[in-house]
Design a protein around this ligand. Structure first.
Ligand SMILES: [Ca+2]
Length: 266
């Protein structure tokens, strides 16, 4: 089982509730006023179970995925329906690939601890330029104004896609006043940011103006226990804005799911 007690405990610690691990307790934490959403699976698609998913976005019928681990990192373009990888670029084995995002003709990729990012031609995956940043690189998404990056802390960075410099102050993310750390894969969805929280089966819904978490999405149970046995954590959110389709997957997961969020109450 990869839905571990440790992950549950981390989630409970994250929201500052002193309880013994327990799902029922988490769903109605003492003093919490944040709504919890569940999900309905609309469709399950194949996903490369060797893909250690660190970045994911949807564009024009394809999923673009950035994968991690030294020696196994790549950027890929895959067909949604079949999971077939139709284009792939492996990165140097010294880099651990992280989040990806596209802006204009470019596809940007972060690396975990090496402080370097890469900009590729999205059509050909040819390297166009590289850029530097401080700290760690975790995930990327974008809004109408530029790129949004997570770095493993409770802060989100906002980058100018032309210069890759930070274009506004970092945003501290809080859940009921407490810092939300380990913000991982991101997706900007119609005015809010959905974020994986590392080592949990929950998404945080983040208000991009205030940094406040407005709710949680409980994604436990997407994989069967058998599928979970060979999978790593939930990570990877993509959104098809044209058709309103939300996709989620995880590291080494055999499936990618289209889901709809369902209110569960508080
Ligand atoms: Ca994403």
């Amino acid at each position: 089982m990869k839905i571990t007690l440790a992950a549950v405990a981390a989630t409970i610690m994250m929201i500052g509730v002193t309880r013994r691990p327990g799902f029922a307790a988490w769903q109605a934490p003492a003093g919490s006023s944040l709504p919890v959403y569940g999900y309905a699976v609309v469709h399950a698609y194949p996903h490369d179970r060797d893909a250690f998913t660190e970045g994911l976005f949807y564009l024009d019928g394809f999923l673009y995925e950035g994968t991690g681990l030294e020696g196994r990192s790549s950027i890929r373009k895959a067909k949604l329906e079949t999971g077939e990888v139709v284009q792939r670029h492996d990165i140097d084995a010294k880099y651990f690939g992280e989040g990806i995002v596209t802006w204009g003709p470019e596809l940007f990729e972060l690396t975990y601890t090496t402080g370097i990012g890469f900009a590729y031609d999205r059509q050909t995956f040819a390297l166009r330029r590289s850029f530097r940043y401080t700290g760690e690189g975790w995930a990327f998404t974008k809004d109408a104004h530029g790129l949004i990056m997570s770095d493993g802390t409770d802060a989100l960075r906002f980058l100018d896609p032309a210069t890759l410099n930070e274009r506004r102050p970092r945003l501290k993310v809080t859940a009921e006043g407490r810092p939300l750390k380990d913000i991982n894969e991101l997706e900007y969805v119609r005015g809010e940011i959905l974020s994986n929280v590392w080592r949990t089966d929950y998404l945080a819904r983040i208000n991009p103006d205030t940094g406040k978490v407005t709710g949680w999405v409980d994604l436990r149970g997407l994989l069967t226990p058998r599928e979970s046995a060979s999978a790593d954590v939930l990570n990877g959110i993509a959104y098809d804005d044209e058709h309103g389709r939300l996709f989620v997957t995880g590291k080494l997961w055999p499936k990618l799911f289209e889901i709809k969020l369902v209110p569960k109450g508080r």
